[in-house]
Design a protein around this ligand. Structure first.
Ligand code: DNO
Length: 359
């Protein structure tokens, strides 16, 4: 296990690399050029500056999350060729600086979606919350109005430049159903995977979050069957996944221990976090501790350990605790606690495997 921490960059994150340095066991920083508009080439000079800064703090910079995919590619529209060429160039440029894994997603218009970013938990902290009925009751027209009014439904994971064209995007997606989205993903992968493979980069697709269609838009990376379809497109060693327990696990039909058992080998990168799922389908992000949520984090870590997992791992969203003011879900304190829990489980499995301790 290669423990990492996601960081949004200088001046763009309340957390500093000096802070991250004090979390035991972190080897690398998961980074991105967050200021780049989607679809532009990440230039050599910019990549160099960012990776050198990260490395000067003693971390590796081998994982990028995310190089986002332009909507023209997801829509399969005419201009996709240009954006695919840009994507290939970004892959080449990143490989020149030792990047090994690129995390990306194929969700139409919206990235991760929640209805409340600071929902109080019983312990006095706050966390990201998803209210299913609220999202289901929002007609696209109403959603467009809310986004255009810049109301609280605009999330940090949503790219501002896209929100400005939200009406047109919804219109364009009327012609794209699940099957068409798969066809467009397949077209994209067949173009970029040879480049990624030639440059030693693994493309790790992130599950949709939540893993079901929202706002009438198709979503396709939602469970085990999606991975079968993904691999049917190409069996390239670069055609990989990001194992994300909290995203995929928000659907209780997805047993994350089973998924880790079958697919950890396809996942050079894992996001580990817990969510508590309610009977009505709402969910809230809890601490990483297994008993705080609905996902068997202990079981997932045991499975990774059994497989001698040497991929990159990061704690995912944390709660907001101890009064920390931070990006929603991306504070220092609870993610640091999460890391210590994951490290603790790993160390325990390690000693058990070496028979240093018996239970
Ligand atoms: C949520 C994250 C996602 C993820 C992208 C991957 O915080 O897990 O935003 O980075 O969907 O492309």
């Amino acid at each position: 296990m290669n423990m990492t921490f996601r960081w949004y960059g200088r001046g763009n994150d309340t957390v500093t690399l000096e802070h991250v340095k004090q979390i035991p066991g972190v080897k690398g920083i998961v980074w991105a050029l967050h200021h780049k508009p989607v679809g532009e080439v990440w230039e050599i000079e910019e990549i160099k500056a960012e990776t050198e800064y990260i490395q000067s703090h003693g971390f590796h910079a081998e994982v990028v999350e995310s190089v986002n995919v332009h909507e023209a590619i997801k829509l399969g529209s005419e201009e996709r060729g240009r954006y695919i060429e840009h994507y290939k160039q970004t892959i080449r440029n990143l490989s020149a600086f030792g990047v090994k894994v690129i995390c990306y997603n194929f969700m139409p218009i919206f990235d991760w979606t929640r209805t409340d970013m600071f929902r109080p938990l019983e312990d006095g902290s706050t966390a990201l919350f998803f209210e299913k009925a609220k999202v289901e009751s929002l007609e696209p027209q109403e959603l467009i109005r809310t986004v255009e009014d810049a109301s609280d439904l605009t999330l940090p994971g949503w790219e501002p430049e896209k929100m400005a064209q939200i009406k047109e995007l919804f219109e364009a997606y009327r012609a794209v159903d699940e099957e068409q989205l798969w066809t467009n993903l397949s077209f994209f992968l067949k173009e970029i995977l040879p480049v990624a493979e030639a440059h030693g980069i693994q493309m790790a697709i992130h599950p949709d979050d939540p893993p079901w269609p929202i706002f009438g838009l198709p979503r396709i990376i939602t469970g085990e069957a999606s991975y079968e379809k993904l691999r049917a497109i190409s069996d390239s060693p670069s055609n990989c996944i990001t194992l994300c327990t909290g995203s995929m696990g928000a659907n209780p039909a997805n047993d994350m221990v089973e998924i880790a058992k079958t697919y950890a080998g396809l996942a050079p990168f894992s996001h580990i976090r817990n969510v508590k799922i309610f009977e009505n389908g709402d969910f809230i992000e809890t601490s990483h501790l297994t008993k705080d949520g609905s996902i068997n984090i202990q079981g997932v870590m045991a499975e990774l350990h059994k497989q001698d997992y040497n991929g990159y791992v990061r704690p995912d969203h944390g709660r907001h605790i101890w009064g920390e003011q931070c990006r929603p879900g991306y504070g220092l304190y609870d993610r640091a606690l999460g890391i210590m829990y994951l490290n603790g489980l790993w160390d325990a499995y390690e000693s058990m495997a070496k028979k240093e301790v018996e239970l």
